[in-house]
Ligand binder design. Structure first.
Ligand SMILES: [Zn+2]
Length: 277
């Protein structure tokens, strides 16, 4: 079984000094390729460098480059040029994460919208897929996307946590949906359970969003309390359960979907011999 984790915050300081071990556990757990999320210019640069350091063959680690709505205030006159330079690198497979976060409002909303539009324009120009972040802002996100959607190759709403209305609107816009361990949270994720089977195969991808969002259903619980890509199989298990399909079937179509979305190379299935090495 092969899984692709489309959102890992591998630049996060809590992974410092442990990144090789984290990746080795991910590979052993069937996660064969990972997308390292970029959230600012500096972190997007760092994400690219991690891909080069930790995956010299360029087969397993890829990244995104973009400016998160939390960081929208950092947008400067030179940002588009710098972002474009990063996006020209072969490891960088999507623009983002970018979007709107009206839940925490760390940057003023007009600035979030401006910086999102700058990045959508870049995605159109470079014909790259978009990795979107949205919290409590689906109506505004849809209103902005309306002007760009037909010129964008593809876009995924990562870590979807919204309601049925938002999901159906996103699907109508031909967007992809990223699902995290939020669905394993009995306090705030159960509204997603009946929605999971509404996402067509070919539009659904899985992500750990680690080190955040440790699946609360995971047993045994890791002592660190930190999420990592190896635990993506718990998200797989929970999503498969609510979709009424086998984990193997879900792994197969969500992996094919992610590979197509990000243009990743096919890689050979791990054998038991590899696992013993
Ligand atoms: Zn996000």
């Amino acid at each position: 079984m092969q899984l692709i984790d489309i959102g890992v915050n591998l630049t996060h300081p809590s992974f410092a000094g442990q990144r090789e071990a984290v990746l080795a556990r991910a590979f052993a757990a069937g996660v064969c390729q990972l997308l390292v999320t970029g959230t600012s210019l500096a972190e997007s640069q760092q994400a690219l460098e991690l891909c080069r350091q930790l995956d010299a063959d360029g087969q397993r680690l890829f990244s995104t480059a973009g400016i998160h709505p939390h960081d929208a205030s950092s947008w400067a006159s030179d940002s588009a040029r710098q972002l474009k330079a990063l996006l020209a690198e072969p490891e960088v497979r999507a623009i983002g994460e970018c979007g709107l976060d009206f839940n925490r409002d760390f940057s003023p909303r007009p600035q979030q919208e401006k910086v999102l539009e700058e990045q959508l324009a870049l995605a159109v120009e470079l014909q790259l897929p978009v990795f979107l972040h949205e919290r409590d802002a689906d109506q505004r996100l849809l209103a902005i996307l309306r002007d760009y959607r037909d010129r964008l190759p593809a876009a995924v709403v990562h870590c979807f946590t919204g309601e049925k209305r938002a999901l159906f609107n996103y699907l109508d816009f031909d967007l992809h949906i990223g699902i995290t361990g939020w669905v394993c949270d009995e306090r705030r994720g159960t509204h997603l359970h009946p929605l999971l089977r509404e996402i067509p195969s070919g539009r659904l991808m899985l992500e750990s969003d680690s080190p955040f969002l440790l699946p609360r259903s995971l047993r045994p619980k890791p002592k660190s309390g930190r999420n990592e890509p190896a635990f993506l199989s718990e998200v797989l298990r929970e999503v498969a359960l609510h979709r009424g399909e086998s984990p193997e079937a879900l792994a197969s179509h969500s992996t094919a979907c992610a590979r197509r979305f990000f243009g990743l190379p096919a890689i050979a299935e791990r054998t038991d011999d590899d696992a013993r090495d």
